[in-house]
Design a protein around this ligand. Structure first.
Ligand SMILES: [Zn+2]
Length: 80
């Protein structure tokens, strides 16, 4: 989901209202963190798609996975 015109994906998150990123109903905005650094994977046993945060290297490890629900995807433009 990396946008090809943005070599350094933003760490800004798109979380309107009182939603936090652990919320089951948080929107999936592909241009925003962490979705701009996620890969889409398919479960080998049930075939469901999920997002997996890909660690870019460095000192901390932050593994997050999330089931991908198409209804939550919002292609929100980045704020200027
Ligand atoms: Zn599965």
């Amino acid at each position: 989901m990396l946008p090809e015109d943005d070599p350094e994906p933003t760490f800004a998150e798109y979380l309107p209202g009182k939603i936090d990123y652990w919320s089951a109903d948080a929107p999936v905005a592909p241009r925003y963190f962490p979705y701009n650094r996620c890969g889409v994977w398919e479960c080998s046993s049930c075939g469901r798609l999920y997002l997996r945060y890909t660690e870019g290297g460095g000192y901390f490890v932050d593994r997050r996975i999330r089931v991908l629900r198409a209804s939550l995807i919002e292609d929100v433009p980045l704020a200027a």
